[in-house]
Design a protein around this ligand. Structure first.
Ligand code: ADP
Ligand code: MG
Length: 169
């Protein structure tokens, strides 16, 4: 039996700036149709990371948590890739997400980033990229998992992180 699973990238981020920068590096690997599920407690840094992704995709840098609107659209000004930024904290789960018709955003037009994404993972039609942020104080452990069969993307991200001398342990 072969095991095709890919070990997550595991990094330590000591500042909001480096978490944002990691988001920017991840963005270079993202294409329309990708879905990124971000998880971690309140205040973990999901919105900070999304800000970096938005910046990397060429969106205007005004990313705030869409807690009251469920989704904020960020048309790209740079790479031509639109970002749809969700925060599904207030939803009961995948069923409510589907009933709201929000899965229409998963049609491949842009990159979807979902804060509290595991809550709605059953509504996600493709293998998502998963990011888990844990830790307290200013120290964060960040795990990034790519789907089975996508190790090339992981390898490119690792290379980019090393090239950028990120100082992640
Ligand atoms: N290493 C770090 N990475 C990300 N955020 C950090 C870090 N250290 C401290 N913070 C702070 O934690 C908070 C994260 O907020 P936010 O991104 O809105 O969290 P979430 O969206 O997960 O609820 C910000 O106030 C940020 O300045
Ligand atoms: Mg948030």
């Amino acid at each position: 039996m072969t095991d095709d699973s890919i070990l997550p990238i595991e990094l330590i981020s000591a500042t909001p700036e480096s978490t944002e920068r990691l988001g920017k590096l991840l963005a270079a690997e993202l294409r329309p149709g990708d879905i990124v599920l971000l998880d971690g407690d309140l205040g973990a840094g999901k919105t900070v990371m999304t800000r970096g992704i938005a910046y990397g995709l060429g969106a205007k840098p005004n990313v705030v948590s869409p807690t009251y609107t469920l989704v904020i659209e960020h048309p790209s000004t740079g790479t031509g890739i639109d970002l749809f930024h969700f925060d599904v904290y207030r939803l009961s789960g995948a069923e409510e997400f589907l009933h709201s018709g929000l899965d229409e955003y998963f049609d491949g037009r842009g990159v979807c980033v979902v804060e509290w994404g595991e809550k709605i993972s059953e509504a996600v039609p493709i293998d998502p990229i998963r990011v888990l942020i844990t830790g307290t104080g200013s120290q964060r452990k960040i795990l990034i998992s790519f789907p089975v069969g996508q190790s090339a993307r992981k390898d490119r991200l690792v290379k980019r992180i090393l090239e950028n001398d990120m100082n992640f342990k």
